[in-house]
Design a protein around this ligand. Structure first.
Ligand SMILES: Nc1nc2c(ncn2[C@@H]2O[C@H](COP(=O)(O)OP(=O)(O)OP(=O)(O)O)[C@@H](O)[C@H]2O)c(=O)[nH]1
Ligand SMILES: [Zn+2]
Length: 343
């Protein structure tokens, strides 16, 4: 028997449960079936039409809470956060790949130069989901200057925890575990090969990634399910779905603007075109914060990225000016060195 808070249950959800139903957390969405965890263990249930009643929610996703009536999931409970994939392929319909995340581990490796722009894009998507991002830099054991590597990312990822870890040596794993408090739900994003599976195994203390087939003994019959939500020994929950992993590929091409299109929309209402949304009269962003249309956490996330984008522009400008000077110098030099034209 697992107490519900250990599955990430929030007491305020109790009021949202239809009469005669019990809560369950979705651990896998499979053609026509849902794998769920309840206080009594893991089960497979049928998704009822009620889960799709609100088209804007995009149906059940890993991490969602559903209301069960026997073997039927009848309702989708409100989410605190949602990782949405948009613009994948030709369809522009939003697809929720994971829900109710507290933390998003943005994973990259310390072996290559820190890929700051890429980390930033992941951070933008993480903030926009409503979850708090943490940057986890893997392969610390292969890096000569871990401190510098961490510092470069930290400078860029304002207000975000940045940790260095090594899955084989265990370096930094305890510090990461400390962030993964009991009942909190996290998920990993990051490019292929940076060590997400290894990290999941290190956190789990046993190989779960790659060998995620779990044999279950349910009342005499054996069922096999591949869970996409793991309970870690420390009590946190870690979501690892192919959807989250693919998300990376799409959002590499998208950008901060896309992730924060709603804030940009609100800014269109500002009286002044160059409004900095810092207390100016007639500010559309401030109005939306006041009446609850804009979440303050989301606004802070956007602000951080705006500041970073600005600094990045200054850096690029400085580089462009330096390059232009170098170009002019070499041009003069080549003119000077040019042999005089034959008459
Ligand atoms: N030295 C070292 N090698 C690591 C570490 N983490 C992962 N690796 C190695 O890096 C390679 C890729 O690791 P994975 O865990 O499969 O990476 P992944 O991000 O899950 O990759 P995908 O499954 O393609 O998304 C493997 O050969 C791992 O053994 C680390 O901290 N140190
Ligand atoms: Zn404004």
């Amino acid at each position: 028997m697992t107490p519900l808070p250990a599955l990430g249950w929030r007491p305020e959800l109790a009021a949202q449960l239809p009469a005669g139903t019990a809560p369950a957390r979705v651990v896998r969405v499979d053609r026509g079936r849902l794998g769920v965890l309840t206080g009594d263990g893991e089960r497979r249930v049928h998704p009822g039409a009620g889960l799709y009643a609100d088209a804007a929610l995009g149906g059940p996703a890993v991490g969602d809470w559903v209301a069960l009536r026997d073997e039927l999931a009848v309702a989708l409970l409100p989410r605190t956060s949602a990782f949405v994939r948009t613009g994948a392929g030709r369809s522009s319909a939003a697809q929720v790949v994971a829900a109710n995340l507290d933390l998003v581990l943005v994973v990259d490796a310390l072996t290559a130069d820190p890929r700051l722009r890429r980390v930033e894009r992941y951070l933008a998507v993480a903030w926009s989901s409503g979850a708090t991002p943490v940057v986890v830099l893997t392969k610390a054991d292969l890096c000569d200057d871990v401190v510098a590597g961490v510092e470069a990312v930290r400078e860029d990822a304002l207000g975000v925890d940045v940790l260095a870890v090594s899955s084989p040596t265990g370096e930094g794993i305890a510090a990461l575990r400390a962030l993964l408090a009991p009942g909190r739900t996290a998920a990993m994003v990051g490019p292929s090969g940076v060590g997400k599976s290894s990290l999941l195994n290190a956190l789990a203390g046993e190989p779960v990634a790659g060998t995620r087939e779990i044999r279950e003994d349910g009342r005499g019959r054996h069922t096999t399910t591949a869970r996409e939500l793991q309970l870690l020994p420390g009590g946190a929950l870690l979501i690892d779905t192919p959807g989250m992993r693919e998300l990376a590929l799409y959002d590499d091409a998208a950008g901060v603007e896309a992730a924060y299109a709603d804030v940009a929309d609100l800014a269109l209402d500002c009286r002044f075109r160059d409004c900095a949304h810092g207390g100016e009269p007639g500010c559309g962003v401030a109005a939306a914060l006041d009446d609850g249309r804009l979440d303050p956490a989301r606004f802070r996330g956007w602000r951080k990225l705006q500041a970073e984008a600005h600094r990045q522009r200054l850096r690029v400008d400085a580089r462009a000016r330096a390059e232009e000077r170098a170009r002019l110098r070499s041009l003069h030099r080549s003119r000077r060195d040019l042999p005089s034209r034959p008459r």
